[in-house]
Write a protein that binds this ligand. Structure first.
Ligand code: ZN
Length: 150
């Protein structure tokens, strides 16, 4: 677990400094806002869905390092995934950040997402880490209202 902890610092710092897919998307098929008022995280998520596949995904906005790194990693991992695969990862990621499963046993599916298991020790931070994911999930289900963790 020590390795995961070191990697956690590295991944969060890297993705916070250089977020991937951090831009507006002009031809998005779904656009949804998500916010976590407790921390001040506020993002807009852009999805392009074609034939049940996420062919493109991006985000913009601002917030703490954990929320931004989580959104960045989520976009990188979900690009090219089917909606079904995205829903499965959403569930798995949620179980990782709440400490319900051992990420080591699911490394193949999780990849770098596994580093977020460190968040389970800080309940306040779970909302930061899951904000982008909840927003993505709502967007997939065509919900029109913005997502709030409160
Ligand atoms: Zn936050």
């Amino acid at each position: 677990m020590d390795n995961l902890r070191d990697l956690y610092q590295e991944v969060i710092l890297d993705h916070n400094k250089n977020p991937r897919n951090f831009h507006k998307m002009a031809n998005a098929t779904r656009v949804l806002e998500g916010q976590n008022p407790l921390c001040g995280d506020h993002y807009t998520l852009f999805l392009k869905i074609e034939k049940n596949m996420i062919t493109d995904i991006s985000f913009e906005g601002s917030g703490c390092a954990i929320s931004k790194a989580s959104a960045s990693l989520m976009c990188a991992i979900l690009k090219g995934k089917t909606i079904k695969e995205a829903e499965k990862l959403f569930k798995l990621f949620h179980e990782v950040v709440t400490g319900d499963i051992d990420p080591i046993k699911h490394l193949a599916e999780l990849g770098k997402l596994a580093v977020f298991s460190g968040v389970s020790e800080f309940p306040m931070r779970v909302k930061c880490a899951t904000l982008a994911w909840h927003t993505m999930y709502a967007a997939l289900h065509d919900e029109k209202d913005s997502v709030s963790t409160e």
